[in-house]
Design a binder for this molecule. Structure first.
Ligand SMILES: N[C@@H](CCC(=O)N[C@@H](CS)C(=O)NCC(=O)O)C(=O)O
Ligand SMILES: [Fe+2]
Length: 359
């Protein structure tokens, strides 16, 4: 008897280089989502809807330090249940997985295999027929997760990979939690041979020495992400209806954002408010064509003069001051306001048109 047919999608979050995996059983349409990202919840929900799937569970491979999980958002939108390992230390989940517990979707299932070492509560998910394993940050393609925070330990990681992942068949495909170089999948056989940190030929002490001298800076989002993920991604403030005047994303910090490519096509449909100082507005970065200059310090005083007919997109250098400005405008009664994601820096990097500025 062959295994029931499956639907499988690998999704990517470019900000954190995180992979999210959607697995569903074709007949029952029951689905699970491994490691969803907060800012991508809308995208993932749209895909689940278009494929006609019912999301049963979101699963976490661990308490992430570099992005906030979309688990709580999916639970609100789609009624999915939040599952992660009991050893994760997170609160607010519906299911706390014990070692080797199975997560069923239709006739298929995943086995929750403890693979600690990157964090104390890391779990890999092995598909029923051992054709795929979702390793989270225990094992990357030709790499592995760092071991310098969240109860990380290189000895533990070595043991986890050798005993729990390399014991799977050589053909078993490895799907990691991240890739920072554009690779998507590997296999057990391949990593046993070529992983520069954990290949079968490498001794434990060599691995530990390597890991204890990585010298990496902490993830940029760590101070926000870890506490948020310890609550399964439930924000302090929660919003009700989603705005529909643009394909906006809602950040965990509570800001609605619009992407540069959308703004470029809708310059005439919105009022663009640039909240930098005049010398920046007229400086080398230039400004978005048609933008109105209202420095942040004068916004509360001057916002009564802004027209209310069109939605407002707020812009600054990097997107930080303008995020604050969206909050001020919201308080002043403007209900269609969004931040330009990444500000003028991203706008310029992506080579959209500017007024003024240097080439
Ligand atoms: N620059 C990234 C770093 C992310 C990071 O540290 N990722 C962790 C996984 S949560 C890791 O293990 N990275 C391994 C590496 O960069 O070699 C950020 O700020 O988010
Ligand atoms: Fe991680």
């Amino acid at each position: 008897m062959g295994a029931s047919p499956m639907i499988f999608r690998q999704l990517f979050d470019p900000q954190s280089s995180t992979y999210t995996y959607l697995l569903a059983e074709r007949n029952s349409r029951e689905a699970v989502l491994i490691d969803p990202v907060f800012e991508q919840a809308r995208r993932d929900a749209a895909l689940i809807d278009e494929l006609g799937l019912k999301l049963k569970y979101t699963l976490e491979t661990h308490v992430h330090a570099d992005h906030v999980t979309g688990a709580w958002l999916h639970k609100q939108k789609l009624g999915s249940r939040i599952a992660l390992s009991a050893s994760s230390g997170a609160e607010g989940a519906d299911v706390y997985l014990a070692p080797l517990e199975r997560i069923q979707f239709g006739k298929r299932w995943l086995e929750a295999r403890p693979t600690p070492g990157h964090t104390g509560g890391c779990t890999s998910y092995v598909l029923d027929d051992r054709s795929r394993v979702f390793t989270g940050d225990a094992l990357f393609i030709r790499g592995c997760g760092r071991t310098d925070f969240q109860q990380g330990d290189a000895h533990t990681l070595y043991k986890s990979v050798r005993e729990q992942i390399f014991s799977l068949p050589d053909e078993c495909l490895i799907y990691p939690g991240h890739d920072y170089r554009g690779l998507t999948a590997s296999s057990v056989g391949e990593e046993k041979l070529y992983n520069p940190r954990l290949a079968e030929s490498i001794l434990e002490n060599d691995f530990v020495g390597y890991m204890n001298h990585l010298g990496l800076p902490h993830p940029k989002q760590m101070d926000v992400a870890v506490p948020a993920n310890l609550k399964c991604g439930k924000p302090e403030k929660t919003t009700t209806a989603d705005p529909d005047w643009a394909p906006l994303t809602y950040t965990f910090g509570g800001i609605w954002e619009v992407q540069p490519h959308w703004l470029e096509e809708h310059l005439k449909d919105v009022l663009i408010v640039d909240v930098r100082e005049p010398d920046e507005f007229n400086g080398p970065l230039g400004h978005v064509p048609g933008a109105k200059l209202v420095p942040l310090g004068t916004l509360t005083k001057c916002c009564g003069e802004l027209a209310k007919e069109k939605p407002i997109v707020v812009v600054c250098r990097s997107g930080a001051r303008s995020a604050q400005a969206t909050v001020l405008l919201g308080k002043a009664g403007f209900d269609k306001v969004a931040n330009l994601s990444g500000g003028m820096l991203r706008w310029r990097t992506q080579r959209y048109g500017v007024e003024g500025g240097a080439d």
